[in-house]
Design a protein around this ligand. Structure first.
Ligand SMILES: NC(=O)c1ccc[n+]([C@@H]2O[C@H](COP(=O)([O-])OP(=O)(O)OC[C@H]3O[C@@H](n4cnc5c(N)ncnc54)[C@H](OP(=O)(O)O)[C@@H]3O)[C@@H](O)[C@H]2O)c1
Length: 215
């Protein structure tokens, strides 16, 4: 698979890019600045032990089978709107968590479309939107300790074939397919869930994740 990580210079994008590249995928990191993308790509390539390229967000997405959106919710709408043409007919994975932070910790922001993933689907109506990787932390992704087998990647989307492709991609991270949890609107549950994990991490000084029992 050729995978573009839009916003790939950030912690989450770098971590996902590392896992995908280490699993043998052809990865292009995107940024608003091609030079910055190239620098981060070199760091990821060294960590993964394989080639990783850098490009502008637009050029990275234009060349990919799967585009991962890994930008802050602030600026998400403008970016997706600007990339809408190039996202058409591609599988687009959103891991965007619209969260705010105050003295009491992390909290869910109000999102008019219900979730960032649904916002992206509205702004790029021909993209094949899938929500995934919301609850996997950047720090765990970047760690060089093998698959995150104590976690599941939860996958939601409205198109069965795209969901299955992304569930399989999750094997790069956890060592087994992601768990498919229903339609794209389930992103309304998945995106704020990270606020709970952040509180657990703080309380117990751990790097927590979600694992589904009973499967
Ligand atoms: N960090 C985590 O552990 C984690 C876990 C799960 C999900 N997530 C989600 O993953 C996404 C990325 O997280 P992150 O921690 O990597 O974020 P980040 O470091 O703050 O941002 C990622 C990249 O997005 C680009 N960016 C920043 N502001 C932008 C704007 N207004 N418009 C367009 N691009 C912009 C920047 O790249 P350039 O300046 O190079 O363009 C930046 O390096 C977020 O939505 C977050 O909720 C994060």
């Amino acid at each position: 698979m050729r995978i573009a990580v839009v916003g790939g210079t950030g912690a989450q994008g770098k971590g996902l890019a590392y896992r995908f590249a280490a699993a043998g995928h052809d990865v292009v990191l995107g940024s608003r600045d091609a030079g910055r993308a190239g620098q981060t790509a070199a760091t990821v390539a060294e960590h993964a032990g394989t080639a990783v390229r850098g490009a502008t967000n637009h050029d990275a997405a234009a060349d990919a089978d799967i585009v991962v959106l890994s930008v802050p919710y602030d600026g998400h709408a403008a970016l997706v709107g600007a990339l809408a043409d190039v996202l058409a007919d591609r599988i687009v994975v959103s891991c965007v968590n619209p969260l705010g932070f105050d003295r009491a910790g992390a909290f869910a922001l109000d999102v008019p479309d219900g979730s960032a993933a649904e916002e992206a689907a509205r702004l790029a109506p021909r993209a094949r939107l899938v929500g995934a990787f919301h609850t996997v932390s950047a720090v765990s992704l970047w760690r060089d300790e093998g698959p995150l087998d104590h976690e599941d990647v939860l996958v939601c989307g409205d198109e069965a074939e795209a969901n299955a492709v992304v569930a399989e991609l999750a094997t790069s991270v956890t060592g087994r397919p992601g768990v498919q949890v229903g339609p794209l609107r389930q992103a309304r549950q998945l995106e704020p869930l990270t606020a709970v994990l952040i509180a657990v991490n703080k309380r117990y000084k751990v790097r927590s994740g979600i694992r589904i029992g009973g499967l």
